[in-house]
Design a protein around this ligand. Structure first.
Ligand code: ARG
Length: 301
């Protein structure tokens, strides 16, 4: 039964099956030949409110100039390896720079986020408009099912399963909506440390079939699920000091991993596995609780 939800001032229909908007193609889009990401320039970036522990004490404490330079460094690094599409920032949405939270793309459709905090809910319309303009059929989640996109939903390499964070921002009912709309296997990972409030802050599936993660961010059953999927040799356990530098908030393109500055120990560990490690200082974004992965959304189609 379709139902209506109100986003901004516009009623939006929601159904638990894929609901392509009439103006957009219904066919599954072909996979892109080159890795492609969506980013949002930080022109209007600001720590304006507190909706996670990182923001506390940092309201209006970030420098837009430094943020712009850091974002440009990330954009430059990423553009060497991938196509980067841009969405314009909108006034009143200072966190829009964190496009990982725009939604989740699967087979050319996008599940647009249903933000938990009212502070970010205006972003939903901005991102939906961009996806519609770019021909993506949309899946809307109801307000009663908070879901914060790729920030809380990461495919294992090979897309065999979707790991979904269950915690402060994304609830189990949204997992069920995604699993009934799309032919995907979802596995919930329960987040228990408020500092790691999105899955992508503490977990990163990597292209060599391994995963880098901070174990203490998860409850015991979730850790068991990770361990059942990744054999010991494929587990990269991140220590708290690196986890707090958002080491797990990494963008992996082929054999390159782009992330905030990390310890020489973790960097050598990744290099020993054959990865090229590109470290970009993203300290201005840590003040809002985000780093490299939060600043990009993957568009596979
Ligand atoms: N200030 C933002 C928030 O709390 C940061 C979002 C970080 N994004 C992410 N994918 N972890 O919502």
């Amino acid at each position: 039964m379709p139902c209506a939800k109100l986003i901004g001032k516009r009623p939006v229909t929601m159904s638990t099956t894929l609901a392509p908007s009439p103006a957009t193609p219904q066919a599954v889009r072909p996979a892109r030949a080159r890795a492609t990401f969506l980013m949002c320039p930080p022109t209007l970036y600001e720590v304006d409110y507190v909706i996670n522990p990182w923001m506390a004490g940092n309201v209006h404490a970030s420098s837009r100039e430094r943020a712009a330079a850091q974002w440009t460094a990330l954009h430059t690094e990423l553009s060497r390896l991938a196509d980067v599409l841009l969405i314009d920032p909108e006034p009143g949405s200072p966190d829009m720079v964190f496009t990982a939270n725009a939604g989740l793309e699967f087979n050319g459709s996008v599940a647009v986020s249903s933000f938990f905090h009212p502070e970010r809910q205006a972003e939903e319309d901005h991102f939906r408009r961009w996806f519609e303009q770019h021909g993506y059929p949309i899946l809307d989640l109801p307000r009663s099912s908070p879901f914060e996109g790729e920030g809380d939903a990461l495919f294992s390499t090979g897309i065999s399963r979707l790991w979904i964070g269950e915690g402060p921002r994304t609830v189990a009912s949204s997992h069920r909506i995604l699993a009934s709309a799309w032919p995907i296997g979802t596995v919930a990972l329960r987040l228990v440390d408020p500092r790691f409030y999105h899955l992508d802050t503490c977990f990163a599936p990597l292209s060599d079939g391994s995963a880098m993660y901070f174990p203490a961010a998860f409850d015991a059953p979730s850790l068991a699920r990770i361990e059942a999927f990744y054999p010991p040799a494929q587990r990269i356990l991140v220590e708290e000091s690196d986890a707090l530098r958002f080491a797990c908030n990494a963008v992996n393109v082929g054999s390159t991993i782009i992330l905030n500055t990390i310890s020489p120990k973790l960097s050598s560990q990744l290099e020993a596995r054959g990865f090229t490690v590109a470290q970009v200082d993203l300290s201005e974004f840590l003040k809002a609780g985000g780093a490299a992965k939060c600043l990009v959304m993957t568009l596979r189609h």
